[in-house]
Design a protein around this ligand. Sequence first.
Ligand code: HMG
Length: 391
Amino acid sequence: MSNESFTGIHDLSFATTEYVLPHTALAAYNGTEIGKYHIGIGQRSMSVPAADEDIVTLGAAAAAPVIARHGAERIRTVVFATESSIDQAKAAGVYVHSLLGLPSACRVVELKQACYGATAALQFAVGLVRRDPDQQVLVIASDVSKYELDSPGEATQGAAAVAMLVGADPALVRIENPSGLFTADVMDFWRPNYLTTALVDGQESVQAYLQAVASSWKDYGEHGGRALDEFAAFCYHQPFTKMAYKAHHHLLNHAGHETDKTAIENVIGQTVAYNATIGNSYTASVYLALAALLDQADDLTDRPIGFLSYGSGSVAEFFAGTVAPGYREHLRTEANQEAIARRKPVDHARYRELHARSFPADGGEHLTPRETTGPFRLAGLSGHKRIYQAR
Ligand code: HMG
């Protein structure tokens, strides 16, 4: 493990949607026993975007408090990770750059590899900062997870954005070397360009995820990583929160450790609160797990945290970060809880209407109703151009 220069997450802020659909409403509609959602997959509700919210408005809302706190003078790169892209050419981060008034002397790109994209962005950011410790990189992970209505995946939808400021001498988490890496060409989950909802082989995707956990952990060990019992907690990608428990159970088995329920709860339990109520936010999910952990756990100063990032298709990475001394003074616990509490419940009929919404591809002017009370909104589409507004 090489920790000689501390680089990592200096600030973390997240945003989620205007609306929320409780799983009780979904269960009442489709006749599913609520235990399957609450216990079987570990989900309570899902964030639902308003008609005038998308990955840009969520990403900008997540990043705005970071810029307000630290300024933008040292930000030379913005990496926007998403798999809910709104354009095949222009990076969504360019709209965020504009909405936040970031300096023009800045590179902005979009990154994609399913839910893994934000971890690639974080690692690339760490590399850039190690090359030039004076610069900071703004990493934004923003996604709207959408499956076919009435499909098994429907209950695992959600939406959120996480913004992380990556820099030298970070206030929150110091990212360590090495990483354990794994790539396999599997069709467990994918979304062709002509579809707005993802295709998934649900059971296959769970198995592909578990294989990726074991394989990336193996690679981590082979490159001199920490031992399992050194970690205070594990932040897994959480397409649904039960998946983190399954993944850790699998990891312990694979590593020849006891799979004691209490021991698993001790290292996973404090990572699931935000994802259980937000749903799958794809790229943002593993970093929402980190936010929940830092907000809820007793003092984690100097303790290593394991991160397992999985993106279908598939790529996975296991890496570690140690929690920086004094981190608690930099948390956004109140704002995080408020982002969740402020969502307005929608009824099931309205949720289906919102799910079906899309812009006609006719180049005409299509204004969206004013719904979000967040700081940014998608005002509409005109001449095939998206129009964003700050409130
Ligand atoms: P399903 O097939 O409808 O559900 O959908 P199931 O029959 O497997 O049941 C789920 C669990 O509920 C089971 O527990 C049941 O026993 C339990 P398990 O055996 O797994 O421990 N259950 C109950 N528990 C309590 N009371 C009850 C009850 N009834 C049943 N009454 C599935 C599940 C996950 C397949 C589906 O939701 C799906 O397709 N989701 C989307 C895909 C997904 O999330 N995959 C996860 C791994 S892939 C990944 O993480 C990447 C991803 O984020 C995309 C990306 O990378 O971009 C998806």
